[in-house]
Design a protein around this ligand. Structure first.
Ligand SMILES: [Zn+2]
Ligand SMILES: [Zn+2]
Length: 225
């Protein structure tokens, strides 16, 4: 599970937090790259991290290149031993998906191997089930974080669209208001012509009320509910 809780006060910022280091992504919420970026809390160097398809990676930028920090995934590595190469152990997440199929890259060599599925309710099978459930819990946690990130993005996108709609509607709104203003002004002129000063004052007041209502609508960003 992540080291820190994401700070959600800044809506324009990505809310992804690292699973091991106390950092939150410093990129905008809308960034599309798989890599999240932050400043390494100890060295102050730029770092980047990602988790996709059960592969967790953290890299640090120094001397002009990215270097793998070899930070294990949450819950550690699977560590299953290769059937013929005892020095090769699975580097996927503990309890990873397709738990019978393991992979590792050692000295630039990529290894894949399978373990036969166990049959029946044996301690080994229970152990393997627990391992897999634990892996699924980590995966679900990562997915819900992703879902939260998308929700924040959608919220921002919604606000942007609503603002755009108001902008597009603006000329029509202005035209409608001008028309209403015009009819009030004509009514006031008519009252004055008829020496109905009380009536003219009344219409004057109603026009002022409308103007105040429009001002409120403009400030709140929409018609009064
Ligand atoms: Zn990010
Ligand atoms: Zn494995």
């Amino acid at each position: 599970m992540p080291e820190i809780k994401p700070d959600r006060s800044d809506k324009s910022r990505c809310i992804s937090v690292h699973w091991n280091l106390p950092v939150q992504c410093v990129l905008p919420a809308s960034h599309r790259e798989n890599w999240h970026e932050a400043w390494h809390p100890q060295t102050g160097n730029r770092m980047r991290y990602r988790r996709s398809m059960g592969v967790y990676a953290t890299e640090e930028l120094h001397h002009g290149a990215w270097h793998d920090l070899e930070i294990p995934p949450p819950g550690g590595h699977c560590n299953d031993q290769h059937s013929h190469q005892p020095h090769v152990r699975c580097t996927q997440q503990y309890g990873h998906r397709f738990s019978w199929s393991h992979t590792a890259t050692v000295d630039g060599c990529r290894y894949t191997w399978n373990t036969p599925p166990l049959k029946g309710l044996t301690p080994d099978q229970l152990d393997s089930d627990v391992k897999q459930l634990r892996g699924m819990a980590y995966e679900l946690a990562a997915q819900s974080e992703q879902a939260r990130r998308i929700a924040v993005e959608l919220e921002n996108e919604n606000a942007r669209l609503a603002a755009r709609v108001r902008e597009l509607e603006r000329p029509a709104v202005e035209a409608e208001r001008a028309e209403i203003r015009q009819s009030y002004t004509e009514l006031i002129a008519q009252c004055e012509q008829d020496r109905d000063h009380e009536g003219a004052f009344d219409v004057q007041c109603r026009l002022r009320e409308r103007e105040e209502q429009w001002k409120r609508e403009d400030e709140s960003g929409g018609p009064d509910a």
